[in-house]
Write a protein that binds this ligand. Structure first.
Ligand code: ATP
Length: 314
């Protein structure tokens, strides 16, 4: 389990992480979501003792990173994929890491096998594709068989096959009962990968909930209605306080459930051709909740978000 309490980091005048408190539990993949510059990497660096908090604390299994007797056996991290010496082979790199952390050399072959790199273990890591480098990074993280795993933007730059592999792999690690904490600004990716979300903006906690709750809370639940007698249904809906807008020859109704709209249609002898609750996308939820927390707004951001949410809804 990871616990942040009042975690704060200042760089001069800049507050990168601002009084963050949240908990990450084992047995599930928890997404760490936030716009660029929100403070995700800084938070992860503090989890790994690479940066010191200005105030507050973050602990792994109840201990600060610097208090851990065998850090590699407690927490594994994938922060930056291409940090291996390019002339070293994957096996040589892992063997060196194992030796310097008093981990059995047998574990090297095990982790190579787990990430599917056995066949290329003798090749120079410098010639690896990004996907293979990510696998090697994950093999290093797994070397100490840790209970807690941190991934900082693990799918950045990967092809669809690589993305799918990482997603399934993180789920497998969580199914084994480990604590898996993964940062991303790819919202649709998080919707597919994470069951729990810690969302931050401008260094502050915006929400911690299940992915499902996050989307449901943030998006207006609307119902799409098509009928040849909308002229009769519309005033009836407005009479009960629903908000009605025209859309695609039908109506988009908010403030009334599909059950209520169906009953109202029957009472008014209105034939319905469609009555469809609209599922909000994670993109819509994210923009709605973090909208004010994005450091630099541009028209392009807004257009991109609209396009992304349209793509996700369709
Ligand atoms: N060493 C540093 N010195 C000064 N400011 C820093 C430093 N590291 C980070 N920051 C600032 O702190 C804020 C948070 O940065 P951080 O990299 O943690 O965000 P992030 O959520 O990981 O963003 P991204 O998704 O863009 O990587 C940013 O405004 C960044 O410019």
């Amino acid at each position: 389990m990871i616990e942040a309490q009042g975690l704060t980091k200042r760089y001069g005048d800049k507050v990168a992480v601002d009084d963050l408190s949240f908990t990450v539990n084992p047995g599930r993949v928890t997404g760490f979501l936030g716009p660029n510059g929100a403070g995700k990497s800084t938070t992860m660096r503090m989890m790994l003792g690479l940066d010191n908090p200005t105030r507050g604390s973050v602990t792994i299994g109840g201990k600060r990173y610097t208090e851990l007797h065998h850090p590699l056996r407690t927490v594994g991290a994938l922060l930056e994929a291409r940090w291996v010496h390019p002339n070293r082979s994957a096996r040589a790199h892992l063997s060196w890491m194992a030796k310097s952390n008093k981990i059995s050399p047998k574990r090297v072959d095990e982790v190579l096998d787990i990430v599917g790199l056995t066949e290329v273990a003798g090749k120079r890591a410098g010639g690896f594709s990004l996907g293979m480098s990510q696998r090697l990074g994950i093999a290093s993280a797994l070397l100490g068989d840790p209970e807690v795993l941190l991934f900082d933007e693990p799918v950045n730059g990967l092809d669809p096959e690589g993305i799918l592999w990482i997603r399934k792999f993180m789920q497998r690690l969580a199914d084994e009962g480990r604590t898996v904490f993964v940062s991303s600004h790819l919202l649709s990716e998080m919707a597919l990968t994470a069951t729990e979300l810690v969302v931050i903006g401008k260094g502050k906690l915006i929400s911690q909930s299940t992915t499902e709750e996050f989307v449901a809370r943030a998006t207006d639940s609307t119902v799409k209605v098509r009928s040849p007698q909308l002229d009769r249904l519309r005033p009836a809906l407005e009479d009960i306080g629903a908000t009605v807008t025209e859309s695609d020859g039908g109506l988009l109704v908010s403030g009334a459930s599909s059950d209520k709209i169906g009953e109202l249609a029957m009472e008014n002898r209105v034939t319905l051709h469609e009555l469809a609750p609209q599922q909000g996308s994670l993109e819509q939820a994210f923009m709605q909740i973090t909208g004010d927390s994005v450091e630099y707004h541009t028209d392009i951001d807004t257009a991109d978000a609209a396009a992304a949410s349209a793509a996700a809804t369709n």
